[in-house]
Design a protein around this ligand. Structure first.
Ligand code: ZN
Ligand code: FE
Length: 757
């Protein structure tokens, strides 16, 4: 009798789908698709993807697969669909079968998804979810931040402690419902809840909390708010007094604060937004987008920069708050003290953030995987991820190489690590500066969590060449087979991996610092390289870095280093304004140190050159945060100026003529905005000239740009335009950070190619 269930001519096919297909309502989607097309069979989550078995005529299998591809949920990301005919089975219906742990391979775990419009509507009509701030469905809600293990089922998440009420259970089990198999499904009866800790009182009930929050924000309070992947500090973005107080308490002097606007129209009053920027702002990933400022918020938000790091609401609570708030925007900055990782648990939030915040808003579901807000910028109409975290992680990058069992420990200052599974590279969320002890603990803890989540056990560990990086020391201590790769080679390899390049290219790696194979500090490297080796074909002339890493906080030291090299002590008679900000004894000391080579390592860093110019024109002789001087230099560019300064390209690149001409300009009172433009144009010109020469000499046309210096929008946009004009094939970063946050991916592919050495 069962034979009749398989119609004549039909066979059983197994279809394996890989990519981001878990936690995004994929199985219910398949179920509904199968039902509406009268397809019988089953679907199952595996920890390496989703597997379907269906009965179909061989001639009709392709059309069904096309249908899957074309109508999949928007958050899903299908990377591959493979099918094969298998042993014939009889199915009476279509079913979702229970998840099995079948192997230690992996599939794409969904990143966290901003609350969807359907849920926002439900929040106003569903009896058990009126204003319920943890509303979610298969299309939205927390994912990575709550997942402890695979396969993705409720009891493997931090929702485990919340038993579904009969109403929620009904929806969870109802295939026709939008909450069918939505693992974090919850309502006001059975789900998590917020508590506002206010003056030794605990305030409950959403609307009471919202009313109180509104009053507190208007009353200039700073509030620690538990978000999706950690705590944030919130306050009125138009109250200068409050923002200044937050800055002091958070021990963050100069770095701009991120701001959440009530809605896109309000945001557009304060910032210029083009179509690509709007797409990023509204995407389900809801990153912070760097925008050009139109109208000023409290001036201490952006501290003199003409940009705003803006985002839109992404949690139900944000929407509920803005319904009542009547304030266009709130500062929403990571809940941490200076460089520590953001706080995730309620107890630490009260202990640590309680010292900064006047009030603390917590909820009773744990955050398992810590994520910060992601940061992107749009350059030449493409989204460029600068800080990769919430909404982006842990999406894997599929490579053309097998990287199985390789662990890349990343860099140091902007650390992310990366692990290899088959041909998948899984880059961790933004970890931060490992020199900070709490951040290093976060690093270790996240490695453990990723190892467990992705069933990973490294056989080969790859690190930077820098002996002092904590990530290098981690590799040494791992007692695994360990190889080291050069920092800038890893930068280029990272961009090559992003674009699936595996050939010889011209690489341009510009950044603040990286350990060179001659033990000097590099950072303006022109390579001819592939994924195995590199030849350094040119770089900026070496200069003394007086005081070593101290130059990072004191760019004036680099200006001095250039001046002293060019003019000797004569520059002291030039009457340069920046020198008035420095004690003359310090100036003498530095010149003496350069003469005697005391604590004066050599550098070819482009970042240090930007530092020197920013200090020389007295824009930023001191730096309060990482890369402040180059950022300020970029911010003042007069875009109408097309001229550049002279320079010399030989076996190295010298900026002596650039400096002497800038000093002339300073004497002539040329505006700093013009000097900055000419300086940036000089760098563009240098890069183009060196690369053009290399193209002719090595017969290569592909150019790969990587390194933190290319976060500079003026520089990157103009370079892309110039290279296109000159018929180069140019590759720059988009999904992978161009800063050290992308290094681990490069390390991974270099290790894969060099492991047999
Ligand atoms: Zn419920
Ligand atoms: Fe770097």
């Amino acid at each position: 009798m069962q034979i009749n269930d398989r119609q004549s001519g039909e066979s059983t096919f197994e279809i394996e789908i890989k990519g981001r297909v878990q936690g995004v309502g994929f199985r219910p989607f398949i179920y509904r698709l199968a039902k509406s097309n009268h397809v019988k069979g089953c679907v199952e989550n595996r920890n390496d993807g989703v597997v379907l078995k269906i009965n179909r005529k061989a001639s009709a299998i392709n059309s069904f697969i096309s249908l899957i591809k074309s109508s999949a949920p928007s958050v899903a990301n299908i990377e591959s669909i493979v099918f094969r005919q298998t042993v014939n089975e009889n199915f009476t219906d279509f079913q979702i079968v229970k998840s099995k742990t079948v192997s230690d391979r992996i599939t794409g775990i969904s990143p966290d998804i901003a609350v969807c419009n359907d849920c926002l509507k439900d929040m106003k009509v569903q009896r058990n979810r009126l204003d319920y701030p943890f509303i979610n469905c298969t299309n939205c809600g927390p994912r990575f931040t709550i997942i402890k293990d695979l396969p993705y089922d409720r009891d493997k998440t931090t929702m485990k402690d919340f038993e579904l009420c009969p109403d929620c259970l009904k929806e969870y089990r109802d295939i026709k419902d939008r909450r069918f198999h939505a693992q974090p499904v919850a309502c006001s009866l059975c789900g998590p809840e917020y508590s506002l800790l206010y003056q030794n009182k605990v305030i409950k009930h959403t609307q009471t909390i919202i009313s109180k929050l509104v009053a507190l924000i208007k009353d200039k309070n700073i509030i620690a708010v538990k978000g999706l992947g950690g705590f944030f500090l919130a306050c009125d973005a138009l109250s200068e007094e409050t923002v200044v107080r937050l800055r002091k308490l958070k021990n963050r002097e100069g770095k701009p604060f991120a701001v959440m606007f009530s809605d896109i129209d309000t945001l557009k009053e304060y910032a210029f937004v083009n179509n690509t920027e709007e797409t990023s702002l509204k995407s389900w990933k809801r990153p912070i987008v760097l925008l050009r400022q139109k109208k000023s918020l409290a001036s201490s938000v952006s501290v003199g920069f003409n940009t705003i790091g803006a985002m839109l609401p992404y949690m139900p609570l944000h929407y509920l708050l803005f319904e009542k708030l009547n304030i266009p925007a709130i500062v929403l900055t990571s809940g941490n003290i200076s460089d520590e990782p953001i706080v995730t648990d309620n107890k630490t939030a009260v202990e640590k953030l309680g010292k900064i915040a006047d009030d603390v808003l917590i909820y009773n579901r744990d955050i398992y995987n810590r994520t910060d807000d992601s940061v992107v910028t749009i350059m030449n109409n493409k989204e460029r991820v600068l800080r990769r975290s919430r909404g982006y992680v842990p999406e894997a990058k599929t490579l053309t190489l097998n990287v199985e069992g390789i662990f890349a420990t990343g860099a140091e200052l902007v650390n992310c690590f990366c692990l290899g599974k088959d041909n998948q590279a899984i880059l961790s969320q933004h970890i931060g500066d490992l020199k900070n002890i709490e951040t290093y603990e976060f690093y270790l803890e996240t490695i453990e969590q990723f190892n467990k989540l992705f069933r990973f056990n490294p056989r080969l560990v790859v690190s930077d060449l820098h002996p002092d990086y904590l990530s290098t020391q981690y590799a040494v201590e791992s007692k695994k087979r360990h190889i080291q790769v050069q920092h800038h080679h890893a930068h280029i390899a990272s961009c090559m991996a992003e674009h699936n390049l595996d050939e010889q290219v011209i690489g341009v790696a510009f950044d603040g610092t990286g350990y060179g194979d001659d033990n000097n500090s590099w950072g303006s490297e022109f390579f001819v390289c592939d994924l195995k080796e590199y030849t350094r074909i040119n770089h900026f002339e070496y200069l003394s870095m007086p005081g070593g890493d101290n130059v990072i906080e004191e760019p004036w030291r680099m200006a001095l280093s250039y001046l002293y090299k060019i003019y000797g002590s004569k520059f002291l008679n030039f009457n340069l304004p920046f020198l008035n900000t420095i004690k003359s004894s310090s100036v003498e000391l530095i010149c003496d140190a350069i003469d005697k080579k005391i604590n004066c390592p050599l550098t070819s860093s482009s970042g240090r050159l930007f530092d020197a110019v920013a200090a020389l024109i007295n824009l930023s002789p001191f730096s309060k945060f990482h890369a402040e001087a180059p950022m300020r230099l970029e911010a003042i560019i007069n875009r109408k100026i097309k001229k550049a300064y002279p320079y010399t390209i030989d076996t190295t690149i010298s900026f002596e003529d650039t400096f002497t001409t800038i000093i002339n300009d300073l004497k002539q009172q040329v505006p700093r905005s013009e000097i900055s433009a000419k300086f940036h144009n000089t760098i563009i010109s240098v890069i183009l000239e060196v690369v053009t020469e290399a193209r002719n000499r090595y017969d290569l046309n592909k150019v790969v740009l990587s390194g933190g210096t290319f976060q500079n929008k003026y520089l990157l946009e103009n370079l892309e335009i110039m290279f296109e004009k000159h018929d180069f094939e140019l590759f720059s970063h988009q999904k992978i950070p161009t800063n050290d946050g992308g290094i681990a991916l490069g390390q991974l592919v270099l290790a894969a190619k060099n492991q047999t050495k």
